[in-house]
Design a protein around this ligand. Sequence first.
Ligand SMILES: N[C@@H](CCC(=O)N[C@@H](CS)C(=O)NCC(=O)O)C(=O)O
Length: 198
Amino acid sequence: MRLFYSPTSPFVRKVMVAAKLRGLAERIELIPCNPHESPPALLAANPLSKVPAMETPDAGALVDSLVICEYLDTLGDAPRLIPEAGLARVAVLQAHAIADGILDAAVARRGLSLQPVDDARRAQDARLAGAISRALAWFEARPLPEAMDLAAVTLGCALGYLDFRFGHEPWRPVHPRLADWFQGVSALPAFRETAPIA
Ligand SMILES: N[C@@H](CCC(=O)N[C@@H](CS)C(=O)NCC(=O)O)C(=O)O
């Protein structure tokens, strides 16, 4: 398997955490690239010019991070990160969708922060910050994942990305349960070994 990656992408981190948890990381060749420069090799794998994208030996080129994680779940003998069927699958995909939405909004905010400041940017930033804040409250009010499923992996990557890019906006004081949960999760080798470096 060949994974197009950029080192600070939280979506790439999600795939690598999943691969490590399932004992597959050694089978992945990492191909560094800058998706914003649309390199031809990345475009051949992903017409959207985004990372992660993965070339596989038997399923073609795959995007996006959810699909790649679903593919990784078909390999090896480790427990699946996404339950195969039924309401257990729906529950994990639902919590994954909210955590992934935090990532989408935070990555968009990061992009906006590099643009000139005007009223339109301020309004868009406030809208994205509101989505993140409501999604954090959604998790704070519910039982947090006990097992390392894909929702837990994605939530861990989302909180890690908030610390990485928005450390000046502390989320822990108003989300103490999430803070406790994240302390345990971020100590796991799969998270420690994939932590982004500025
Ligand atoms: N939904 C996608 C999101 C991937 C994504 O947004 N990747 C960013 C890097 S964090 C990217 O490649 N951006 C390049 C661009 O938008 O041109 C996934 O889950 O893989």
